[in-house]
Design a protein around this ligand. Structure first.
Ligand code: ADP
Length: 175
């Protein structure tokens, strides 16, 4: 069965899905941006669960319960900090999407919502990040979709929404 890939505009803390993917930092102890919003909405049990996990290298992914969120699981992935493209940022970002989806498959998830990893405080150029995200998502679902049925990019603002919509339509055009 085909996996639907979509872009929506919204607040990922409101997503009623099997797993949301958080743009975390390697400490996993919360931060600004979407990470802070997720910790506030999930409640203090999330911080306790993250402490148990320890730290997580950039490009890898870890899973916790969703606690007070409508999402069942939270997958935490620390993205790369943009350094002008000299530090393998593109590969690390692709690893974030690949490892997060593989973890979601392992947990038996059907529906997964992603925040836009690394394009906020970490400064990864948005159009490039959107191309890497859609390309990697398409690769993973064509290799091994598991139980996945729907993957959404959740954009918090119009610029992010447009970037992912453009990348997604270009990806379908090239398939
Ligand atoms: P990073 O540190 O990986 O760059 P940020 O949290 O700074 O992560 O930004 C990642 C993206 O998440 C940005 O596009 C930001 O606008 C967006 N964002 C912030 N709050 C939310 C939210 N509640 N739901 C969805 N996206 C959000």
């Amino acid at each position: 069965m085909r996996v639907r890939v979509e872009v929506i505009r919204g607040d990922i803390t409101k997503s009623r899905v099997d797993a949301i993917v958080n743009a975390a930092n390697p400490s996993l102890l919360g931060g600004g941006g979407v990470d802070g919003a997720i910790h506030r909405a999930a409640g203090p049990q999330l911080l306790a669960a993250c402490r148990q996990l320890g730290s997580c290298p950039r490009g890898e992914a870890r899973v916790t319960n969703g606690f007070n969120l409508p999402a069942h699981f939270i997958i935490h992935t620390p993205g790369p900090i943009w350094q002008g493209g000299i530090a393998d940022e593109a590969h690390v970002l692709a690893d974030c999407y690949r490892n997060s989806l593989q973890l979601a498959e392992k947990m038996g998830c059907r529906t997964v919502d992603f925040a836009s990893i690394s394009t906020g405080i970490y400064g990864f150029p948005l159009p490039r990040a959107a191309r890497i995200a859609t390309q990697t998502i398409n690769e993973v679902i064509s290799e091994n979709p598991g139980k996945l049925r729907r993957i959404r990019m959740v954009a918090f603002d119009g610029e992010t929404e447009n970037a992912y919509k453009q990348a997604l339509s270009a990806a379908y055009f090239n398939m």
